[in-house]
Design a binder for this molecule. Structure first.
Ligand SMILES: Nc1ncnc2c1ncn2[C@@H]1O[C@H](COP(=O)(O)OP(=O)(O)OP(=O)(O)O)[C@@H](O)[C@H]1O
Ligand SMILES: [Mg+2]
Length: 114
């Protein structure tokens, strides 16, 4: 079933380096959202926070809130492996990755965007 993603006050770090600053946005169920921006602006970093894949990088961390319907994905007690499993099987995962040259990959779905 399609779910709503609601992100608020998201800051994403690699060690001391803040790669994504203060992002808040809502992605409605059954909608298509494209992230477009210059190389290095943080598109992939941001996307990885939506399925808790950012924190697998040593020194990486996330501040802020990511809600999947009523569930806070970063709440204490949430199993990141379970989140990744749901994200990899959910239709909500299907996205078109738009690279920095503005080319959309043709309908591919990725769990680990480049
Ligand atoms: N593993 C990492 N360790 C440290 N810094 C990183 C790491 N991965 C990305 N960064 C930095 O985080 C910032 C955002 O990078 P990111 O890869 O999210 O950008 P992007 O918008 O996806 O770029 P592109 O269009 O080239 O794919 C950049 O400054 C990048 O150098
Ligand atoms: Mg990228």
């Amino acid at each position: 079933m399609a779910k709503r993603i609601e992100v608020s006050g998201l800051n994403v770090y690699y060690g001391d380096f803040k790669a994504v600053e203060d992002v808040s946005m809502t992605i409605e169920p059954r909608s298509v959202t494209a992230f477009i921006g210059p190389s290095g602006c943080g598109k992939s970093t941001y996307l990885r926070t939506l399925n808790r894949m950012h924190e697998v990088i040593p020194g990486a961390r996330v501040e802020g809130k990511v809600m999947l319907d009523q569930q806070d994905l970063y709440a204490t007690g949430v199993d990141p492996v379970a989140v990744r499993r749901v994200a990899s099987t959910s239709r909500a995962r299907v996205c078109r990755v738009v690279n920095s040259r503005g080319c959309a990959s043709p309908g591919r779905s990725r769990s680990s965007p480049r």
